[in-house]
Write a protein that binds this ligand. Structure first.
Ligand SMILES: [Zn+2]
Length: 227
């Protein structure tokens, strides 16, 4: 995981937090972590009164989580929640951001997703990772082939994986989830309970290991990078 730049794709604000401790460890290691969220999260309101403000609220929560984890940059591509479509327009938006950031590794949703936006995010990010490396659509930036592709969320158990020890940063997961106030009803938790959990974990961190499944398009002959 000794990368200079990585990109983490999530369908909604908070999906990427499955690997919060991993992002925190990489960021502490001077890796530039860029999070790309596909949708605006407009359907994530647990009570009707929040309907009109949930998009702004989730944007603020995403910014709070970004600061907690040391993520360098957070990008929201603004597709409607529950309405993300693997369209040419979205594909080109993703290609453009990949070519701009030039990540050495991409982390995306796995093959066992059920939510339509999660499935579309996986497909869009993988397709765009390939297209971005082809000599096409020159107006979207210079071609960039991302060498390493991983699934970080809802993956099958089989397949080669990188096990990443994040014990020292395990508390960052709870700290990041504490910022996602609009989603606490969904999680069945409160901000206070997450913050207490973070303090507990920090005092006595349990051994915590993240498992990143290596996507088959990753060329293992060039793994890990030589520089
Ligand atoms: Zn999601």
């Amino acid at each position: 995981m000794n990368y200079q730049r990585i990109m983490v794709f999530g369908a909604h604000q908070d999906d990427e937090l499955v690997m919060a401790a991993g992002m925190a460890r990489m960021a502490a290691n001077n890796t530039q972590v860029v999070v790309v969220i596909m949708t605006n999260g407009c359907e994530g309101f647990p009570t009707p009164e929040l309907k009109d403000t949930v998009v702004a609220l989730r944007a603020k929560e995403a910014e709070d989580a970004r600061r907690v984890l040391g993520v360098a940059r957070y990008v929201n591509l603004g597709a409607p929640d529950m309405g993300l479509v693997n369209s040419k327009e979205m594909l080109q938006k993703v290609m453009r951001i990949i070519r701009e950031v030039r990540p050495e590794a991409i982390f995306t949703h796995g093959e066992r997703e059920r939510h339509r936006d999660h499935i579309a995010t996986r497909d869009l990010s993988l397709e765009a990772a390939w297209h971005a490396g082809e000599p096409v659509c020159a107006d979207l930036g210079a071609p960039w082939r991302t060498p390493h592709l991983y699934y970080y969320k809802n993956t099958a158990i089989e397949g080669p994986a990188v096990l990443y020890d994040v014990t020292e940063f395990a508390h960052k997961h709870a700290e990041a989830l504490a910022t996602q106030v609009s989603q606490h009803t969904l999680f069945g938790r409160t901000r206070e309970s997450y913050l207490e959990e973070a303090v507990r974990i920090k005092a006595h961190p349990p051994r915590t290991v993240l498992r990143f499944i290596i996507h088959p398009w990753t060329n293992l002959n060039r793994f890990p990078p030589l520089d």
